[in-house]
Design a protein around this ligand. Structure first.
Ligand SMILES: Cc1cc2nc3c(=O)[nH]c(=O)nc-3n(C[C@H](O)[C@H](O)[C@H](O)COP(=O)(O)O)c2cc1C
Ligand code: SF4
Length: 518
């Protein structure tokens, strides 16, 4: 048997040196005259172990990591092609605690298969969901997705089935599926990992959405900072077209569905769904007022499903294993699994897919292993730049949409950023306002002007100029932004600002200075 070596081509692994490792392995194979097949897989998401190289042995896969180019010679000397022991030896990848503790439904194949091999995809359960869907009535597909309890993973947590039903029920000559792959939140990389590691699952999910709603065309709007994901998706779409998964007759059925990859314009606000639609239409990425809902008048004025990558990539497993199977995971109204992205100052950073319900403390201390610096955790921002900062006293909050909302927080796209005790929360609050000022689309006043006034007022607190009075002003401003903004950029910036003020008040009490210095 020709040895098979898996080296991730995922951009996270590449950033950690995977390309140099691949070159060193190729050279060593040539020098030693060994014939082997190198597969460039995606990442399994344990980034603290990347580049993680795996070899297929008679007893299953054996992983090594993090591998440096300087390790390669000794890996060969240790017989790594047959799973030999070495200081980088990790054993069977699915037994590595960080991976073994996960429930991988959406990411089941990510990092395991060759991302561009439809045969690998099918051998690992791919296409069963779409096969089932094309044999069903559209309304029954929508019912199954609704009953699974799947909610949008892009941030708002809106029930996916209800959105699809609105598009199905709206009569039009043309309908669209738009996949939001703008992934701009801090600490998030789940969308990128799927597109680079298992692109067919997204294509399958979009095709199911098309069959379910009567949409015949799909677009994936990918942020421009993701060139590897763009290239991978383009290749995967071509392969899917050739294999009859896309085209006039999806998997031989009477349903037509095709798709295109579009590169984003590079603004955070273009991730907001209506702004994204404007950008896709070639217009400036400015937020549109709702109504009309995109499900009724979306892209080019036609009924449009807009879903996040993970929402769509979670549909195939629901259509394969059933609504009850998916719904069985999770808690309360948060059903199924969620790919939690653990980042920032953390020891074990990476993607952890689990059923909803783990506490924040378990995720940060237990799975993430605390901070990378070894200092105490001071704060965790959950949900990207618009998410609240949670102190340790809120670490018993379960990962659940409603539980986070009840504590003035949000799950968002499930990215979490860990900070140690050297973090200055006043600076973080200022950063939130500044981010809003820079990224604001400018359409409404509370966001466009309020964010700039917010920066100025927080600067006054930093200078010690009547801090209590300024905090009152910021609180008032945050209320105006929260209730008066057109979209969640202006509307949710108060979350990081007010959570920093409320939970870390000591950081907002600098030494007073004379007002004359103003
Ligand atoms: C400022 C802003 C940025 C957003 N960025 C993204 C993004 O990058 N990706 C995403 O899926 N949703 C993003 N959203 C949420 C989308 O507007 C929308 O809710 C989502 O695409 C719907 O898909 P879902 O129901 O599958 O989550 C953003 C929202 C706002 C207000
Ligand atoms: S809240 Fe900000 S980003 Fe959203 S519409 Fe208003 S100005 Fe634009």
């Amino acid at each position: 048997m020709i040895p098979r070596i898996y080296i991730p081509g995922d951009s996270g692994a590449l950033a950690l040196g995977a390309e140099k490792v691949a070159k060193a392995i190729e050279k060593e194979l040539a020098d030693r005259g060994i014939e082997a097949k190198i597969v460039r897989n995606g990442s399994r998401g344990a980034y603290f172990l990347e580049p993680m190289v795996e070899v297929a042995t008679e007893n299953g896969r054996v992983a090594y990591g993090p591998v440096k180019p300087s390790d390669v010679k000794s890996l060969f000397d240790s017989g790594f092609l047959t799973g030999g022991h070495h200081k980088r030896w990790l054993g069977a990848p699915d037994k590595i605690p960080f991976l073994a503790r996960q429930t991988r439904l959406t990411f089941a194949r990510c990092g395991v298969i060759n991302p561009l091999s439809l045969d690998h995809y099918k051998a690992h359960g791919g296409l069963k969901g779409l096969q089932n869907a094309v044999a069903m009535a559209p309304a029954d597909i929508v019912k199954q997705v609704t009953e699974s309890g799947l909610r949008g993973r892009g941030g708002a947590g809106f029930p996916t089935g209800i959105k699809w039903k609105t598009v199905l029920d709206t009569i039009a000559d043309k309908k669209y599926i738009v996949c939001n792959a703008d992934e701009g939140d801090s600490a998030t990389f789940a969308d990128r990992m799927i597109m680079e590691g298992d692109p067919f699952v997204l294509i399958e999910g979009m095709a199911i959405a098309g069959v379910a709603t009567g949409a015949t065309k799909g677009f994936v709007y990918i942020r421009s900072e993701y060139p590897h994901a763009v290239a991978m998706m383009q290749k995967a779409v071509e392969a899917a077209r050739k294999a009859g998964l896309l085209g006039l007759n999806v998997l031989g059925s009477p349903h037509a569905f095709d798709m295109e990859i579009r590169v984003g314009a590079g603004a955070y606000v273009c991730g907001e769904e209506t702004s994204l639609l404007n950008s896709l239409e070639g217009k400036r990425g400015v937020v549109r007022a709702k109504p009309p809902l995109p499900a009724i008048q979306g892209l080019f004025g036609k009924p449009t499903v807009i879903n996040n990558v993970i929402s769509l990539a979670s549909v195939p497993v629901i259509m394969d294993k059933g609504a009850a199977f998916y719904k069985d995971f999770g808690m309360g109204r948060s059903r199924g699994t969620i790919p939690i992205q653990i980042a920032g100052n953390v020891r074990y950073g990476g993607l952890f897919e689990a059923a909803f319900g783990m506490t924040l403390g378990e995720i940060v201390d237990d799975i993430g292993g605390g901070t990378a610096t070894g200092r105490p955790v001071k704060a965790v921002q959950v949900g990207g730049p618009l998410g609240a900062y949670f102190p340790r006293s809120l670490f018993d909050t379960p990962f659940d949409y409603e539980a986070f909302a009840a504590k003035d927080g949000l799950i968002g796209h499930a990215g979490i950023t860990v900070f140690d005790d050297t973090a200055d929360m006043l600076k973080q609050a200022r950063f939130a306002m500044e981010f809003c000022a820079i990224e604001s689309c400018g359409k409404c006043t509370p966001c466009r002007i309020g964010s700039t006034r917010g920066v100025e007022t927080i600067d006054k607190i930093a200078r010690g100029s009547e801090p209590e009075k300024q905090i009152e002003l910021v609180t008032d401003l945050c209320n105006t932004m929260r209730f008066g903004s057109l979209c969640a950029l202006g509307g949710f910036t108060p979350y990081p600002v007010m959570s920093a003020i409320n939970h870390f008040r000591e950081d907002f009490k600098p030494a007073p200075v004379a007002e004359a210095a103003e």
